[in-house]
Design a protein around this ligand. Sequence first.
Ligand code: ZN
Ligand code: ZN
Length: 151
Amino acid sequence: MSDSWKVTGGCFCGAVRYAAEAFLQEAYFCHCRTCQRTSGAPAEIAVLVKPGTLRYTSGKPAFYQTSPFGERGFCATCGSRLVWQHVGGIKPEFTNVSVGSLDDPQSVRPTSHQCVESKLGWYDPSPDLPHLRSEEIPEIVALWDSVKNRG
Ligand SMILES: [Zn+2]
Ligand SMILES: [Zn+2]
């Protein structure tokens, strides 16, 4: 993994604020249907957070579980989407914040497109970055395997 930077961010109304160390140069577009539906946008742009560094400096997000392993944190007052994490924060290496929640989203650099099997045909930002289908992303395959094998 590349370098991490100290960042701050929060929701639109200011009720929830966070500080973290984030891998600003390793962000990725996620084109999955869940990101589309929960963000209301054609794709989410996720910024991975260094494990153990995300802390809330004001308020706390509400969480809604959106898959067997994932839950999404948002401001219960204004609805801004803030964070994705493994349920209960069990695998902190997957924790990421939404690009728009950062105080300085300009410093982010996306490096890939993920889950492009549901990418919208008319939405094609940064077309030169690698495009990966879900089954080509080992981390996502492993997450689904982990819930399948639970019996
Ligand atoms: Zn808010
Ligand atoms: Zn997604």
